[in-house]
Design a protein around this ligand. Structure first.
Ligand code: NAD
Length: 258
């Protein structure tokens, strides 16, 4: 199936590793030109080199923090003719409601809500002008299925989800789709380090990662390339009638019918 992504320009945020990198790789393999965004320049340059080598695609990098106004301005200033925007950033740390300060809330909102909102706002006018664009936001299964200790992350992501529900319907008539991808458990560096920390707290005979795995109907964690492939489909020509959706990729973890 030709996804129609050849020579499309994709800006992928949070893309030096994990799910962001997997989305960038899937898009690059389909012939898109890709600009990778992440904060750490050394890691980003290495990721860019790896992606160029494995896909043969044109790959550029911009070191920027999407959770700051300055970082977002840098991204917008250094990219042009953007057809595809993938919004992504690291999630806030887990914790309990009593511990979260005003500062913690602002940091979570900047990273997981406002970063997406302001990058959408910045890139939409040109997409609407060319009457074509694809925007995908990486959120989380927790927006549908709340999980203990992830209140900061979930609340911020739900803010972005609510915004997308409105703006996506305002722009679809002019060829731009906006959807959210909701990962369950995918084996990325982030998940591995969370498991290491949980397992070390659980003691010798218990493996939290193994318990989590058994809660997933698929009985396995997702691989980032499976996530990237769905992202590439959402960015394809074929997905032009699909907008304002929250698409779960969780091996059946979310227990509801809808
Ligand atoms: P990861 O830590 O493996 O990768 C995150 C990437 O984003 C890295 O490249 C990092 O450098 C970059 N990044 C982080 N903060 C940034 C910022 N402010 N500006 C620019 N770049 C930034 O994480 P992941 O597992 O790929 O997760 C990606 C997102 O999906 C996170 O928000 C995470 O909470 C969410 N999520 C992941 C899973 C999972 O199973 N992996 C499940 C649910 C939700």
């Amino acid at each position: 199936m030709d996804l129609g992504l050849k020579n499309q320009h994709a800006v992928v945020c949070g893309a030096s590793k994990g799910l962001g990198y997997a989305c960038a790789e899937a898009l690059a393999r389909e012939g898109a030109r890709v600009t990778l965004i992440a904060r750490n320049e050394t890691e980003l340059v290495a990721a860019g080199k790896q992606l160029r080598e494995c896909s043969g695609a044109q790959v550029e990098v911009v070191a920027a923090d999407v959770s700051t106004e300055a970082g977002r301005a840098l991204i917008v200033g250094q990219t042009e003719n953007v057809d595809i925007l993938i919004n992504n950033a690291g999630g806030p740390p887990p914790g309990q409601y009593v511990d979260w300060s005003h500062e913690d809330w602002i940091a979570a909102l900047e990273a997981n809500m406002l970063s997406g909102i302001f990058l959408i706002k910045a890139f939409l006018p040109a997409m609407l002008e060319q009457r074509h664009g694809r925007i995908v936001n990486i959120t989380s299964v927790t927006v549908k299925q709340p999980q203990a200790l992830l209140g900061l992350s979930t609340a911020a992501r739900l803010g972005l989800t609510g915004y997308v529900a409105t703006v996506a319907r305002e722009v679809i008539a002019r060829g731009v789709t906006i959807n959210n991808l909701l990962p369950g458990y995918f084996l990325t560096d982030r998940l591995r380090s969370m498991f290491e920390s949980w397992d070390s707290q659980a003691g010798e005979n218990a493996s939290v990662s193994e318990q989590k795995r058994l809660t997933i109907p698929a009985q396995r964690f997702g691989s980032p390339s499976e996530f990237g492939d769905v992202c590439a489909f959402l960015c394809s020509r074929s997905a032009g009638y699909m907008t304002a959706q929250n698409i779960l990729l969780d091996g059946g973890l979310y227990p509801g019918t809808f």
